[in-house]
Ligand binder design. Sequence first.
Ligand code: FUC
Length: 745
Amino acid sequence: MSLNLWYRKPAEQWTEALPVGCGRLGAMVFGEKFRERIQFNEDTLWTGGPHDYAHKGASKYLDTIRRLLSEGKQGRAEKLAFEHFMGTPFRQKAYQPCGDLILSFPHHTKASHYRRELNLDTAVATTSYRVGKVKFTREVFASYPAQAIIVRLSASEPGQLTFTASLDSPHTRLRTRIVDGAHISLAGKVHRNPMTFEAQLVARTDGGEVTATKKGIQIQNANSVTLILTAATNFKNHRSLTANPTTKCNRILRSLRRKTYDDLLTDHLADHQSLFRRVTLDLGEAIDEPIDQRLRRLPKRDDPHLLALYFQYGRYLLIASSRAGSQPANLQGIWNDKLEPPWDSKWTVNINTEMNYWPTESCNLSPCHEPLFDMLDEIAKSGRKVAKEHYNARGWVLHHNTDIWRGAAPINASNHGIWPTGGAWLCQHLWWHFEYTRDTDFLRNSAYPLIKGAAQFFADVLVEDPKTGWLISTPSNSPENGGLVAGPTMDHQIIRNLFANCIESSRILRIDSDFRHKLSDLYKRIAPNQIGRLGQLQEWLEDVDDPDNTHRHVSHLWGLHPGSEITAEGAPALFKAAKQSLEFRGDEGTGWSMGWKVNFWARLRDGDRAHRLLQRQLRLVKESGTRMRGGGTYANLFDAHPPFQIDGNFGATAGITELLLQNHANEIHLLPALPSAWKNGSIEGLRARGGIEIDITWRKGRLAEVILYATRRSTQTIRYKRRQIKLQMQAKKAYILNAQLAPIN
Ligand code: FUC
């Protein structure tokens, strides 16, 4: 299947440029003919420095804030909280762009046969055109094994490559250094901030001449050229800025000295494809047109292949932005050209960061989860201080945002910043990773200590609601709707999930039985889901939902997705109420909001509704500053909040998976919500809990065949429509079933 995004024109705007990345480094390739711009990022370059955001003594005000809320005095509670309960300072720091690699071809003015493309299977962005009879080709990739961005320039005839490669940056105190005749560096500093960085560029030429000057590396009449670009900062970890960027760059470049271009490409392909090729999705043939044109023709012209491409693009972006040793994918993955990016391009955890990681396990990219877990490990430490200072509680807490300094305190404003369940939600990812891999060492050493710490926090802070006697989370907020409240539904769903996972973990590990029993007791007393006067699932303790509220967050449906306490068979009344709530919220929203709704409708088993939302998410949006509402997709297939925010890409990838396979209710449910537009197709390599790999083929809208491959022994319930079977699966064995779920062999 073709996995190409291609275009007939260079990118005019940043959201038309094509992204490459290797977790730590990212680049946007514009594909300009005579003055190419490759804008690049290094994922530790941020404003600010090591900082503890906890507000000393904030816990003194906790009881009063709670009392004011229970007396219905929301305004006074928010005011008091704003004055005494917020992190110091109020705002967290911002992710930064690093620089630009500029290639200038002064002798060329006219070109023909232009084309640029990004191949998701090779993770190489290629630009080609002709000047006269000579065909020029540029290939760009970001290599994880090399920790560098590689640019290969070639021409169809010898001696044709004459250009200057220079480095630039939007930062201050820039210093260019000539390292040797074909090697330059650019060092700089974030304005009025302690972070420094360096980028280094090496040119290797075949034929011609090369000289390095302060203006860049000048190449004349070469046959082909390989440029190696790397960058690093003084970030050592979130507590120290004592690393030396020059030393880091030198070490990387030294390790590549003996690698030819072919070696670099081979290593890169082996690395990328070992992850990317694990899953294939076939929804039909590609229409051979530029992507922007294909987007423009939706939804009038059906283009199922474009959705398959969009699904794979989400997987591509995760591989490019989240690799072992890198920072986790932030609001923009790793791609950012702005000194003041929207929402600082941080990690917002009241939906966005989690959504980034929804496809990880099911789409067979388990190793990409690692940066998120490393971050959680560090946040658990800063979050412990916040738990102590703000709540006088044990364990750790994370509110609705974090930055590279691992801020965990409430930020921005008290009407939405005080929401204590961010860490608890992220713990779901630790648990998923264990469920999918059944890696008990991971559970014991990495996941359980974090899950337990998060559970300990809530065991300490849940309080009895004076009116109902239920245990509730207060003060809090139903993200970012309705201000500061006591007991939003979402919190209770998340906390139940956290407690359940903690209880189950301690059972598996045979430890902490007292704590386990304590959690079991608390679990039963947490405020339950409630159905309100309009048949809706209540967003809050009180039945005050407004049916005309089309807020982008649909937090109270957390129990439907990504939670699993609201299922068709397990809780039919709540399932119906959740559907009613979703109807009230409508089909519009920001990019991520629509992405979430795709997942909701998939869980509600309405594939056609989800499909409609996907089509809507693919509406072509032009870059035009910051608009809050709308949702859509840019010409490079980046999700448009707008502005660009990557979560919607990942949300849609997860949602497409949920249309084809669900595995949250102790069963492997095949084609639970297949859209009628996808008549024939197949998906291979999806994962289910317990280390199962699954290939599904369907024809005329019905299951044709499923292959289940067990990496380990387990008993699984397989379901297709109303039919269910139990399968005792042996390790390293494949099971082939037909539409009746009978074995075919
Ligand atoms: C949440 C959302 C916004 C935006 C921001 C980064 O606060 O409510 O829509 O996505 O995160």
